[in-house]
Design a binder for this molecule. Sequence first.
Ligand code: LLP
Length: 422
Amino acid sequence: MNHFQYRNGQLCVEERPLAEIAAEVGTPFYCYSTATLARHYDVFAQALADAGLAATVCFAVKSNASLAVVKTLAERGCGADVVSEGELRLALRAGVPPGKIVFSGVGKTERELSFALVSGIRQINVESLPELETLNALALRLGKTAPVALRVNPDVDAHTHAKISTGGAEHKFGISWAAAPALCRHAHDLPGIDFRGVAVHIGSQLTELAPFAAAFGKVRGLVLSLRDDGVPVGHIDLGGGLGIPYAPGEEPPSPAAYAEIARDAVGDLGCELVFEPGRMLVGNAGLLVARVIYVKETGTKTFVIVDAAMNDLIRPSMYSAHHEVIPVAEPAPGALPVAVDVVGPICETGDTFGRDMQLPPLATGDLIAFGTAGAYGAVMSSTYNGRPLAPEVLVKGDKSCVTRRRLSYDEMAAGEILPNWL
Ligand code: LLP
């Protein structure tokens, strides 16, 4: 079921017309559907259960750090995968039980590790020898034992965008494949470390299952050889990364097919599993809504200039990502599409959402929505060009709530300090 549909000629999120929210909140703004969030979580969790996997789903908070979104998922039983003290604090505020929080990341500071230890989270995914030793020393100092999985780098090509591939030997992530067995043993032997098992994450927006199968298969081999060597392994974290459709017709692997790959690789090992999906849960649960400021004809091109920009949604300029443009007022039947470039007001040519997009005619004042903007949208936004962060709105049925408001220019300026010599 799609919770973003035209009703009476108006694009709605569940039962709320976007035009009404735009009139109340102003544009641009992000809008999320509770029903879609819930459905995506349920489908993912059910796929794992159907494959007979005992698993905890830990939502990758980096993909959408709206407190209301994280709480919506937490209330359905979802945990959290965090990568900073800020995300850990947010997950705790959202009511995620510490026992369902894993802490990932290649450069956790001592302060962050200490906070994770005192918070009593489920697991810290350690990515290097110096991090392991730092954590061991901290744990001993705090009189604690740190629950650890070692993130290994399986040296597998994820066949995704270079900037979001993480499982190759040339990447900064994880412990190199050759060093992994010895480091696992070392972790097992350290007094401040409770070595639980291994973690792997090879990249994001994967549209094929083969790289997952390759990585999970290598993890299986590592677990078996560690056990042979007398190092117990009870936990495996298989990361996130399952791709989603951004354009009509795209069909990435289903959660069910993905769960079968996981089951085939590690289902018989008797391990507790963690999955860290981000995009899969929230990507298609969110839109970025913008208003057309001007339509500019140059003789060679038609530019639709909207009031959202690369500071609000950086994915097109950063990864050449495609986001569908959906007119908020349903186009008249038979309206002939025209080729336009959809651009923002920022002073960079890279501030382009799409080139030569075939769209129904648009005019000043019209509302459009960028699709599949729920993941890595608002979280990656900035105030570049002096633009306030776009507010976020959560819809549930016929209700909507501004879950993060737009700051005023005075609030934006409040943190600035002039030196006394000026
Ligand atoms: N676990 C770890 C350790 C990760 O680094 C990530 C994403 C995830 C889980 C969640 O991956 P997902 O299921 O969302 O694919 N900004 C980029 C994506 C960056 C992904 C970073 N790591 C984008 O907009 O495409």
